[in-house]
Write a protein that binds this ligand. Sequence first.
Ligand code: SF4
Length: 277
Amino acid sequence: MKVKLSRHAGFCFGVKRAINTALKANSVSGSVYTYGPIIHNPQVVKDFDVKGIKAVEDLKKVKSGSTIIIRTHGVPPGVERQFKTKKLKVIDATCPFVKKPQEYVRQLERDGYTPVIIGEAEHPEVIGIKGYGGKRTIVVGTAEEAAKIRSVRKMGIVVQTTQSGSNFLAIMNVLSGKSMEFRILNTICNATHERQDSALKLAGEVDIMIVVGGKNSANTKHLAEVCETTGVETRHIESASELQTAWFRGKKTAGVTAGASTPDWIIKEVAESIKKL
Ligand code: SF4
């Protein structure tokens, strides 16, 4: 099987920075935790666990004085206050591209706008951004949800960094009828654009697309959705062990892409395994 790799695939700037930050902290301190998994990739989280960097959601499990790392998705200000109360040493690895919508939502609130976040309400990044707005902050994930929100006088919009451009536009189309005055900050990150654009291009050149990354990774899921829009058969896997020979029967070329939280070694392993089929 011939394999073509997407031009942009795998670790982005923010993920590399967070991983290096955590490893550096672990080399100088024996008690390092990440607040939630460092990234949405089970293999990396397992590797961190072996190295002694534990992912925790419950601060009761963290001893006072330990080091806690805020991952790329960020956290709401209320959680940062809990870190302080517990006297934890905080290392903030929130991606600078996630800081932007956090700060913008806070500013929108101050300027009297109703903040609207386009994204997945349950995603940690969106929960973190929402924490910077007031009670009236709204999250919408689909055009259908957008149609249900009430009209407001002044609306300020930010976007989860990993949203697809097409979903953003579909929602904006609906929101345009919900207010007279808008402020919009398109906070979809460039790494997301690059990965989606190059995956879309590649999907048009191959018989099957294999998208590699955590099943809980928003950017990997969106990457798979983008590939599916081209009509090409698309499979989302976490590792080479999930590949099935039947998928490739009668096909000549496979395209491989990966989310921003997928390590290079997993992408290579998948590509090499497909070549042998
Ligand atoms: S995908 Fe973008 S926003 Fe998310 S961590 Fe990577 S660089 Fe930062």
